[in-house]
Design a binder for this molecule. Structure first.
Ligand SMILES: *[C@@H]1O[C@H](CO)[C@@H](O)[C@H](O)[C@H]1NC(C)=O
Ligand SMILES: *[C@@H]1O[C@H](CO)[C@@H](O)[C@H](O)[C@H]1NC(C)=O
Ligand SMILES: *[C@@H]1O[C@H](CO)[C@@H](O)[C@H](O)[C@H]1NC(C)=O
Ligand SMILES: *[C@@H]1O[C@H](CO)[C@@H](O)[C@H](O)[C@H]1NC(C)=O
Length: 419
């Protein structure tokens, strides 16, 4: 009896142990799949509280460090259903293998502005020099921006202008994918891609109030081979801002508004050089934005913005649907006319329809010394919102051609200068 009891225990124990073993592997794999090929590093295993109140920055740093030194593809997991409070954090590469940050729960910025020193108020979560990085998971990244916005000099004119953090920054990341995330209420810019190559941004939802200051959606600079698809961006500033050093960028199926629309530039302050080329903005809808398709450059400086296509766009109640402004100035005193300029050439606006709230539907304000070259306007129909009169087009110093039906007639306004 005694020995058969032991045997019975063993018979029970072995499968039980096996079960515990298997479920440990499954848990370690996080997703339950691919346990053979990926290692999973959950924040909870590194002491994170996930209660939205205690600081979990150290837990993320430790999980990242372990994952980054893993010889196998690694996943840093932010578990579902919980909120992890973070201060400024930099996640460095290079890592030993490919690495994924899977955000299922929420990453929440510290609501305490004093957690940012004057040494670095520009960042919250930074990825630096990470090759083959993926950030995904369907969870949320919340910048707690409502704690910062009232302190912006744009909201309270009595305050000095100080920077506020960008929620997600990617610096020197090649082969980057950012997919299936909600980024909400950033302190300032929601997401910035800088000095990166081969980037895919997909299925992102970026949301902040239309009144929030400087809360650009996606900012791209000094990066090439970038694709942005299936994103919804509602913020208080540019939906996308595309700046110096962006080459071969393809944007499609993006919905913007409220916000300032899609902007190439500002290029370039302080008389320096600016280079942007190979940009396609395709299948984009804008609702209630300040601008639709915009290129803006300061006077002075040198370089080019060329080979740019805006196509298949629908605009609802946009203030400046199509605008090239080579005389951009946001200084207190006039910027003044200068001899040099960033050359704008080979720009196509094609299949663009919708409504505007001002009558200037197509505006090309180009420089006298460096006129805009090779502007094509093709199949455009822009009407006043609520049929309140005719739309117009004003132009200065632009060489353009028209294909198909273009309404309003390009450069029709009597106000316009030469073209
Ligand atoms: C495992 O992968 C399959 C197919 O990719 C997916 O449908 C399933 O939900 C995954 N299982 C878990 C536990 O995530
Ligand atoms: C813009 O990019 C060019 C080429 O990459 C670089 O030479 C220039 O310094 C950049 N300008 C500014 C203002 O950063
Ligand atoms: C545009 O935005 C307004 C206000 O948010 C909304 O009521 C309307 O349904 C939107 N229109 C389209 C076509 O998305
Ligand atoms: C072009 O910009 C200059 C400088 O900002 C401005 O004075 C001028 O009125 C603008 N022209 C048009 C047609 O809007």
């Amino acid at each position: 009896m005694a020995s058969s009891g032991k045997l019975m225990k063993l018979v029970f124990m072995v499968p039980l142990l096996a079960l515990v073993f298997v479920s440990t592997i499954l848990e370690a794999a996080g997703a339950g799949n691919d346990s053979s090929s990926q290692s999973v590093f959950s924040l909870d295993r590194y002491g994170a509280r996930g209660d939205g109140r205690h600081d979990d920055t150290h837990a993320l740093e430790m999980a990242w460090k372990a994952a980054c030194t893993s010889p196998r593809p690694a996943v840093v997991l932010v578990p579902d259903g919980r909120r992890y409070l973070l201060k400024l954090v930099t996640l460095h590469g290079p890592c030993k293998s490919s690495i994924t940050l899977t955000v299922k729960g929420t990453l929440l910025a510290s609501p305490n502005r004093a957690d940012w020193s004057d040494n670095d108020r520009r960042h919250w979560i930074v990825f630096r020099s990470v090759n083959k990085l993926t950030v995904n998971g369907g969870g949320a990244i919340d910048g707690h921006g409502e704690k910062w916005w009232p302190h912006s000099c744009k909201i309270n004119k009595a305050l000095p202008c100080k920077e506020a953090p960008t929620a997600l920054s990617f610096h020197y990341c090649n082969n980057l994918r950012v997919e299936d995330l909600k980024i909400v209420n950033s302190q300032q810019i929601h997401m910035s891609v800088e000095d990166c190559t081969n980037v895919q941004l997909a299925r992102l939802s970026i949301t902040a109030p239309g009144t929030s200051p400087n809360t650009d959606g996606i900012h791209i600079t000094r990066s090439k081979d970038v694709r942005v698809t299936n994103c919804k961006i509602k913020t208080g500033d540019d939906c996308m801002s595309i700046e110096n050093g962006t080459h071969n960028l393809h944007v499609s199926k993006v919905v913007c508004g409220p916000g300032h629309g899609i902007s190439i530039g500002s290029l370039r302050d302080d008389n320096s050089r600016a280079e942007v080329s190979g940009i396609t903005i395709d299948s984009v809808q804008l609702n209630g934005t300040t601008n639709g398709a915009r290129i803006k450059t300061y006077q002075g400086g040198s370089g080019y913005a060329k080979d740019i296509t805006f196509q298949n766009m629908i605009m609802y109640n946009v203030k400046n649907p199509i605008i090239i402004d080579q005389n951009y100035c946001d200084k207190a005193k006039p910027c003044g006319e200068q001899k040099s300029a960033v050359q704008v050439s080979n720009v196509v606006f094609r299949n663009i329809r919708g409504t505007t709230i001002t009558k200037d539907a197509i505006k090309m304000n180009c420089s006298k010394n460096v006129p805009c070259q090779g502007i094509t306007l093709q199949n455009i129909n822009l009407k006043m919102q609520g049929d309140k009169g005719n739309t117009e087009s004003t132009c200065q110093n632009a060489k353009w051609k028209k294909i198909g039906t273009v309404h309003p007639q390009p450069c029709s306004s009597t106000k316009s200068g030469d073209n």
